[in-house]
Write a protein that binds this ligand. Structure first.
Ligand SMILES: *Cc1c(COP(=O)(O)O)cnc(C)c1O
Length: 298
């Protein structure tokens, strides 16, 4: 099995939390692995065990051309000697971007399909299953993924008043809620959806965990939608890097830390309370020439 680094809890200080007297800690899941980062490693963990038991011939998964899950799966499968195929949304571009080049480097076979065909993933999944492949859904979102993410909580070394993470599919958040409930921790979980209309995260939590009770979803921090950014978000990403030394990505974790600062200002997190932010990784979302050009503009 893969060798990975332990994800530590680290106390950080940045302007918003210092002023308000709120203690902020970061669970550094971004340090787990340079490419199988953060929650993507946790989601793959139990899917991999199920795959091993299945005796199937390889792994098939889905993602967009900039998907952190695609990179993670490609690197994971290479380290574990598993044949893998990535079904990529959209026509094959003339030049592959850095995400797809890396995936190819690790030996993932890229299978581009039209956006139209990509929509019907249930049909696609069935077809690949019939060919003898183990199919992991887009973003690694399934019950095994939730189980892996719930271990973020079992690893914690202390209690927190609040726990916060960025949400795409809501899988990681469902795992956090599950972990907190299983351990009967008093912490309140907060989700920051990075897509517009993030209210669906609510259904996601209940799908995996019908008895979930106390959690909050803050749907106002999508900055225009998935992978959309604003100058304000870039300015925050930069000041946060300078103040804490921690890099975030504009798609997920910068939006989450921005929301964390704003929720402190709004009084959601109170003086004397502790907040744990999950750094879910995904730095390849920042480290491309196109993205980094936004930094130079500032
Ligand atoms: C994929 C990803 C997420 C979203 O996780 P979900 O479980 O789909 O909500 C959050 N942060 C980063 C860095 C990611 O790569």
């Amino acid at each position: 099995m893969l060798s990975i680094n332990i994800s530590i809890e680290q106390k950080i200080e940045f302007s918003e939390c210092e002023k308000a007297g709120v203690e902020v800690f970061v669970k550094r899941d971004d340090k787990i692995h340079p490419f199988i980062s953060g929650n993507k490693w946790r989601k793959l963990k139990y899917n991999y065990q199920t795959y091993l038991k299945s005796g199937l011939r390889g792994i098939v998964t889905f993602g967009g051309a900039f998907s952190n899950h695609i990179i993670a799966t490609a690197a994971f499968c290479a380290e574990n000697k598993i044949p893998c195929i990535g079904i990529i949304r959209g026509e094959q571009p003339k030049d592959l971007n850095h995400v797809l080049i890396l995936a190819k480097l690790w030996g993932m076979k890229l299978n581009f399909i039209s956006r139209e065909a990509y929509k019907d993933k249930t049909e696609l999944s069935k077809a690949w299953q019939q060919k003898g492949y183990f199919v992991i859904p887009e973003g690694g979102e399934n019950a095994e993924g939730v189980r892996g993410c719930s271990e973020i909580i079992t690893e914690l070394t202390r209690n927190y008043d609040h726990i916060i993470c960025a949400s795409g599919t809501g899988c990681t958040f469902a795992g956090l809620v599950q972990g907190v409930s299983n351990l009967a921790m008093p912490a309140i979980c907060h989700s920051i959806p990075v897509l517009k209309q993030g209210g669906f995260i609510h259904e996601k939590v209940l799908e995996y965990f019908p008895t979930a009770n106390i959690y909050k979803i803050h749907t106002e921090y999508h900055f225009g939608g998935y992978a959309k950014t604003t100058p304000e978000l870039w300015a925050f990403l930069q000041s946060f890097a300078r103040e804490t030394g921690i890099l975030t990505d504009p798609v997920y974790t910068a939006k989450m830390f921005y929301a964390l600062g704003d929720l402190i200002k709004l009084g959601e997190f109170k003086r004397g309370q502790s907040v744990l932010a999950i750094h879910t990784g995904g730095l390849t979302g920042l480290l491309s020439e196109k993205m980094l050009r936004n930094v130079q503009k500032e």
